[in-house]
Design a protein around this ligand. Structure first.
Ligand code: SAH
Length: 265
C-alpha cells in the first residue's frame, strides 16, 4: 500500500525513507591499519577514547570528535595482543563493525583502506575507488545455494550525487583473508568481476547488512595484483603515499556528506 500524504509514518517503507531524509549525524569509519587511520585522526583532530566503549581487554581503538555537524568515529581493530601487528582481515573487521554499531548506532559506515588493484580492469597505483558491490573470494562452497552464501555479494550504498561531485573510480571489491592471491582466489575474483581486492570489505558489508546500517567502501590502490612486482614489496613501497591520497579523498567525502541525508548522497 502506498503511504498516504497525511500519514507518511504508516508503512515500514515510509519510516525508512524518513530516516534517509534526516541529516547524517554519526559516522563510523572501519580502518584496518594504524598507518591508514592516523592521517585522518590528525586531520579531524580526533581523540582516542579514555573510557573504551568496547569490552575490557580488547585491542580495538576508537578515535572520535566532531567536524561541523558530524560525529566522526574512527575504529581501528588495534594491534594483535600477542604479535603486535595490525589486526587486519575479516575476523577483526567483523567484530569491530558489530561492536561499533551496537555502541554508537551510526547512520553510515565507511570502510576506508588500501587495496590491491587489477590493471586489466583499469586500476592504477594511487587510484581511489568507491566499491559498487563487495563479495568474498576465499569462501568456496560448491553446493547449490551455499556457493552464493560463500560469495556473500552485497551492494554498497548507492551514492550517485557523491559520484558526480568527487572524482572516484568505481568497481567491484573482492575480499579474502590473504594478502597474496592463490590461483583459486584469482578464479573467484574473476568470477566476482572485481577490480579491487582487500581483506576486510565484504566482512564489514555482511555485518552492516545484518544490522541494517548503510555502508560505503573507499579503497586506495597500493599494489597491482596482475602486475609483475611482488605484492608485499609494492604494498610497503607505496603505503605512505597512497595513504595520503586516501586521506585527501576521505576529507572531500566528509565535506560532501556534512549537512546531507542518506538520500542526498
Ligand atoms: N605487510 C603489511 C600487512 C598488511 S595486510 C604490513 O606490513 O603491515 C594488507 C592490508 O592492506 C589489509 O588491510 C588489506 O585490506 C589491504 N590490502 C592492500 N593490498 C592488498 C592486496 N593486494 N590484497 C589484499 N589486501 C590488500
Amino acid at each position: 500500500m502506498a503511504p498516504s500524504d497525511d500519514h507518511p509514518e504508516v508503512t515500514g517503507e515510509a519510516i525508512v525513507s524518513e530516516a534517509e531524509k534526516r541529516p547524517i549525524s554519526t559516522i563510523v569509519f572501519i580502518i584496518a591499519m594504524q598507518t591508514e587511520a592516523l592521517p585522518l585522526v590528525n586531520r579531524f583532530q580526533l581523540s582516542e577514547d579514555v573510557e573504551s566503549v568496547f569490552p575490557k581487554g580488547v585491542p580495538w581503538v576508537r578515535y572520535h570528535g566532531f567536524y561541523k555537524d558530524l560525529h566522526i568515529n574512527i575504529i581501528w581493530p588495534g594491534k594483535d595482543p600477542v604479535l603486535g601487528v595490525d589486526s587486519v582481515g575479516t575476523i577483526s573487521a567483523s567484530l569491530v563493525t558489530y561492536a561499533s554499531i551496537l555502541a554508537l548506532q551510526p547512520d553510515l559506515i565507511i570502510n576506508a583502506g588500501t587495496a590491491g588493484g587489477f590493471k586489466a580492469k583499469g586500476a592504477c597505483i594511487g587510484d581511489v575507488f568507491l566499491a559498487s558491490e563487495v563479495a568474498f573470494h576465499d569462501r568456496r562452497i560448491p553446493i547449490p545455494v551455499f556457493d552464493l552464501y560463500g560469495v556473500g555479494l552485497r551492494q554498497a550504498l548507492s551514492t550517485p550525487n557523491l559520484m558526480g561531485e568527487i572524482n572516484l573510480k568505481v568497481g567491484r571489491l573482492s575480499t579474502g583473508d590473504s594478502l597474496d592471491t592463490s590461483p583459486h582466489d584469482e578464479a573467484s575474483i574473476v568470477a566476482n568481476d572485481a577490480t579491487i581486492k582487500d581483506m576486510e570489505g565484504a566482512a564489514v558489508a555482511y555485518v552492516a547488512d545484518l544490522l541494517k546500517v548503510p555502508a560505503v567502501f573507499v579503497k586506495a590502490i597500493t599494489d597491482i595484483v596482475d602486475g609483475d612486482k611482488p605484492t608485499t614489496e609494492e604494498f610497503l613501497h607505496n603505503l605512505a603515499e597512497v595513504t595520503a591520497a586516501l586521506d585527501e579523498t576521505v576529507a572531500k567525502l566528509i565535506e560532501f556528506i556534512s549537512g546531507k541525508s542518506l538520500s542526498d548522497l
